[in-house]
Design a protein around this ligand. Structure first.
Ligand code: ZN
Length: 282
């Protein structure tokens, strides 16, 4: 039952929340916000997670490049993914500045290590391994930051055995994410064609109203066959992540799904995705 656990819990929590009245909801929000703030401050690093330099003021790094957010933002606000999953505890609308941010690298790194992929002009040509490595790196840093915060959150005594179990899973994730990070870091410094396999890439000739960037572990493919056995809690059975970026440009949009070179678990999924009729893909 390993990693499925979190998802089931979220569904249960969403059901419970939908039954609360307004004042109960406000109280719950306060408790959760306080818990998250405490966990965030405990999880704070003392050095930049990329270059290792001692750092007192971390950059508020955006997961989705600001140019993409600006292309879809209405009046400076945009809907976060919470709107979609109806998670009522977190504010549904966020300003462009606060959308999907993490704070574990220094400002100098944030300004330099994502430059190629954050430049819309680079999408006029073929997407390079370096750009993919930068997306991979940022997705992984965000996941590491989240897991570290969750570890502090679930270490809270009130979560009891549930918290201990959740943190065992979080630690396993963290170990795997560190390996992902090491790969992305190597490829940022020296990348070759073929370092990443594109699972799916589509350039749309219109601006889609949603932006997303992140890494996910897909449990099954389009035919229901297992890609990652999320019920296997053995640390030797590693989860394989797929990197995703849905980026609205000024007049077009990019949809990119990719994995690192050695990741063969998504082979069938890749074939399935690319054989679906293009109308369905859109
Ligand atoms: Zn740095």
């Amino acid at each position: 039952m390993a990693r499925e656990y979190a998802k089931l819990n979220l569904n249960k929590m969403t059901r419970v929340l939908s039954k609360l009245n307004k004042s109960e909801l406000i109280d719950s929000k306060k408790v959760v916000s306080k818990g998250i703030r405490t966990a965030q401050s405990k999880a704070k690093e003392s050095n930049c997670y990329y270059c290792g330099t001692p750092c007192s003021s971390f950059c508020n790094s955006h997961t989705i490049p600001a140019f993409s957010l600006r292309n879809i933002a209405q009046k400076g606000k945009l809907f976060s993914a919470n709107k979609v999953i109806e998670m009522r505890l977190v504010e549904m609308e966020k300003g462009v500045k606060a959308a999907g941010t993490f704070q574990i690298i220094c400002k100098s790194c944030d300004n330099t290590i994502f430059q190629e992929y954050e430049n819309p002009e680079n999408y006029l040509n073929e997407i390079t391994s370096k750009m993919l490595a930068q997306i991979h790196l940022k997705n992984t840093l965000k996941m590491i930051s989240q897991r570290k915060m969750e570890i502090q959150l679930y270490a809270n005594i009130q979560f009891g055995n549930q918290g201990k179990f959740k943190n065992k899973i979080n630690q396993m994730d963290l170990t795997e994410l560190e390996e992902e990070l090491a790969y992305a870091k190597r490829k940022i410094n020296k990348s070759y064609k073929g370092d990443y396999q594109i699972i799916f890439h589509k350039k749309l000739d219109y601006v889609i109203p949603i932006a997303f960037q992140g890494a996910v572990v897909l449990p099954i493919d389009l035919k229901g066959a297992v890609i990652n056995n999320i019920y296997n809690a053995n640390p030797k059975h590693k989860m394989k992540w797929i990197q995703m970026a849905i980026l609205p440009m000024e007049a077009t949009s990019e949809i990119i799904l990719f994995v690192d070179k050695g990741n063969i678990r998504y082979r069938e999924f890749r074939k399935q995705l690319n054989s679906v009729d293009s109308l369905e893909k859109n």
